[in-house]
Design a binder for this molecule. Sequence first.
Ligand code: DQA
Length: 145
Amino acid sequence: MTKLIYILNGPNLNLLGKRQPEIYGHDTLADVEARCAAVAAEHGMTSKLMQSNHEGQIVDWIHEAREAAAGIVINPAALSHTSVAILDALNTFDGPVIEVHISNIHKREAFRHHSYVSARADGVIAGCGVEGYTLAVRRMATLLA
Ligand code: DQA
């Protein structure tokens, strides 16, 4: 069966391309979705990108992924720095998890330096712009091969 990768995105990433482009760039989440789908297809996989501004919705999608997805790429956005609930949900998922941050969170304010999700992530990509998402999908192909 074709392996499906969930690409989950947290609060405010619906505004990608419009929101602080000096930090997050001009590409939209739809651009990211299309590029990830193309890279997934190169590796015989499929991807499904989702975004929510609500923590509980992201928890629900992680639970859904337990049955539906082979791996999870996640940019939890601001919830990275606050959400034990997302960490706990990811700990119920058996497959690989790659955490993505568009910006280099370690170069920014101190409150962004810690991510709860990193305690579960098999890999973390930060500061590579939206290219981080396609890098994560490529890494997923290696981990799932
Ligand atoms: C982000 C970094 C977070 O600190 C911030 O709250 C975001 C986006 C990133 O992709 O660089 O919303 O996760």
